[in-house]
Every structure is written in C-alpha cells, then in structure tokens.
Ligand binder design. Structure first.
Ligand code: FES
Ligand SMILES: [Fe+2]
Length: 389
C-alpha cells in the first residue's frame, strides 16, 4: 500500500474525501455488462481446485455472468476448459454441475454432435455432410486455463494477459509458507447474495463495519473492534508504534490461536509458518475479481465470487485442512465461526444494496479508513478505462 497522507508518510488513511463509484454502477444493466466485459470476461478467475477434478473424465461447470464454462480432466490427465456450448446450433452441452463423464466424448443432448475431450468435433450424425463443411472448423470454443498451487483458474479472453499467479494482488499477503497444494476440503458453503459483486469487495476492503457487524470477530481480532485493519490505519499509530498489544498490532486476542468459536486451533499448526505468520492470526491473499484466501495457523479458507446478475452474486466458501487435521479434528467450531462472519458480511452487503436505488443518492463518500476500498475503486476505474467501458 502506498502512503497517501503527506504529513504522515506511513499512515494508510485517505487524506481527501474521495467519491465512491456512481450508485447506478451497482444495479444498472448497462453498468453490469460493462463490468462483465471490462473485468470478468478478461481476468483470471478461480473456478475450482485441481482436486475437484482429480480423476480422468471428472468435470464441473461454472457460471460467470452469462457465460457457462465446462472444466474437465481428459483421459490423458490434462485439465481443459471450454464454453459449455455446442458448435451446431449453440445448445448447452453439459447439463449437470459436476460429476464424471460416462465416455471419452462430450455429446450434445440436442442432435448428438460429439466432441473429444480435447474439444475436437469427431462425430456428426447427419446422413450426409454439406459441401464446404469440415469438422476441423468446428471444435469446442476453448477457454484459457492456468493453475496456481492446486487452484484452477480460467480466462474468457481469447488472448489473455498474464497467468493465474500474476492475478494476485502483490499488496496482499503471501501464502508461500502454507501447504496449499496438499490441503483437503472440510466444508463448503454456497450462497447467493442479493448484491452487486463490487459491494462484497468493498465490504471486504474495510473494517469500519466490524465493531457493529462482527461482534464476535471484533473480540477475537481486537484491532477490528477499533474499526481498523492494520497498525498504520490509525492516524495516531506512532504513539503505539512499539506496542505488541493486539489492538495495535492487529493479531488475535491474548490466548487465541485461530479463527474459531473459542479461539483455539483444532489441529496441528502448519509446520512451515514463521513466528510472525503465526502471530498475525490471519493472512489474506487476494485475486481480483474472483477470490481471496485466508491462511490461519491450522486451516485455510477460500472464498470465491461469481456475478450472476447486476444485483446477484454467488459466494462459495471452502474450508481446507491438512488430511491429518481433518481426520483427527472436529471442525464444527471453526466452520461455525467463519460461517457466522460470512453471513454477517453477506447480510450487510444486501442491506447496502437495497439503499442504493435512491434517486437522490448519486454517489457516496469515503472515510480515511476506507483507503483499500478506494484502491479497489481505482482498480475498477482503471480496468474500465483500459477496456473502453
Ligand atoms: S445443437 Fe448440439 S448437436 Fe445440434
Ligand atoms: Fe466484514
């Protein structure tokens, strides 16, 4: 994060009163389409984990905006992604959300055109083929795919920029010491939130709402209880610069080890973490616009977002554990705590959304603590500017 104030070079807060995005950008159909075109249809988007497609012929479909993508592992073990659309007359190909293909072919349910798992059109059941028709000209529409540490990303652009690793915000945390590749799923929460996707990210990027919205979390992470995310969010931070007390340093309350109802870790701590990473309590890595990961000492939480409409966003949260911890541990205490925090966030995001239609509310204004939210707005504006939206 770049310092913003000229008087306090290390102070994070915004010095000037910055406007939010226009209210209509959270509900108007044209604005939603511009977000899809400028951001969602040209970014690396988290789709699923490699272990969700562990065996050959495993598949799953994901929806992003109006687009439906099928991801699969072919018979040679390669991961592939295609638009879930037949080249004949455009029918949806795969109607299920996940499973295992029964054959080494994708066959359209309408007139039975069949495609290899590489996406080549191999069978057209018409009695004869018209002049000028060549099966080689009609493969499935391929979607770029990139993996990062066991996470599968797709990019709908025909010539995508970068790769999945480059999609992570360098200003967010580094999970290099967490053994992400080998973790297994303990719990999945799926939820449709009645809010624009940007409302969720705005909420993610500030903790001004924490004292009022997250009572328990604010007790666990005392600096959140002050409405701040980090030491340098406080204009008076120099007065407490040497204090390790968690209300200033940002760590968990004394005696707590992780995000759980009682603050206790419920499995062995990951062996590779530094003392600072253990003390931090939570380390966030962010890949806009589709996901963030939070590393705790004993587990990891992954949150995936996908827009379903101008005022609808799908949220999928997954709790990941080491196989040993999952086998030996009762995870209810962990899952219940994280679920509560996400439900509190989703609830207040919907409240935020409902107020934005006011004819009088053309835009809002940001407070100093909302510097990261402002940075998110600048990212959105830059993406729109770069892609003619
Ligand atoms: S639309 Fe797929 S075979 Fe006709
Ligand atoms: Fe929150």
């Amino acid at each position: 994060m770049q310092p913003v104030s000229s008087q306090e070079p290390s102070y994070n807060g915004l010095a000037a009163a910055e406007a939010t995005l226009p209210s209509s950008s959270y509900w108007e159909a044209g604005a939603y389409q511009r977000d899809l075109d400028a951001i969602w249809y040209r970014s690396w988007l988290f789709a699923c984990r490699e272990s969700d497609l562990a065996e050959p012929l495993a598949f799953r479909t994901v929806r992003i905006g109006t687009q439906e993508i099928i991801l699969l592992r072919d018979e040679t073990g390669m991961l592939r992604a295609f638009h879930n659309t037949c080249r004949h007359r455009g029918s949806q190909l795969c109607q299920e959300s996940a499973g295992r293909l029964k054959a080494r072919l994708l066959t359209c349910p309408y007139h039975a055109w069949s495609y290899s798992l590489r996406g080549d059109l191999v069978r057209v059941p018409s009695k004869s083929l018209p002049d000028g028709f060549d099966k080689a000209d009609h493969p499935l529409y391929r979607v770029a795919l990139s993996t990062w540490r066991g996470f599968v990303f797709v990019n709908l652009a025909e010539n995508p920029e970068g790769t999945a690793p480059s999609s992570f915000d360098p200003a967010s945390g580094d999970l290099g010491n967490w053994p992400l590749e080998g973790l297994v799923s303990g719990h999945v929460l799926r939820k449709v939130m009645n809010c624009n996707w940007k409302i969720f990210w705005e909420n993610f990027n500030e903790c001004l709402h924490c004292p009022g919205v997250h009572k328990e979390l604010s007790r666990l992470v005392p600096i959140y209880g002050r409405g701040l995310m980090a030491r340098h969010d406080d204009p008076e931070w120099k007065r407490h610069a040497d204090s390790d007390a968690p209300e200033f340093s940002g760590g968990l309350r004394d005696g707590a080890e992780t995000w759980s109802r009682d603050g206790r870790a419920h499995g062995p701590a990951f062996a590779g973490l530094t003392a600072a990473e253990r003390a931090a309590g939570q380390t966030y890595a962010t890949s806009l616009p589709s996901m963030f990961i939070v590393g705790h000492v004993d587990y990891v939480r992954v949150v995936r977002l996908a827009p379903l409409g101008p005022e609808q966003t799908e949220l999928t949260a997954e709790w990941l554990f080491s196989p040993e911890a999952l086998a030996a541990t009762d995870i209810d205490n962990i899952v219940a705590f994280g679920t509560q925090v996400l439900e509190e966030d989703a609830g207040i995001c919907e409240v935020n959304q409902r107020g934005l239609r006011s004819l009088r509310h053309q835009a809002g204004v940001l407070m100093p603590e909302e510097y990261d939210l402002h940075r998110f707005h600048q990212w959105v504006r830059a993406r729109h500017a770069a892609h003619g939206a």
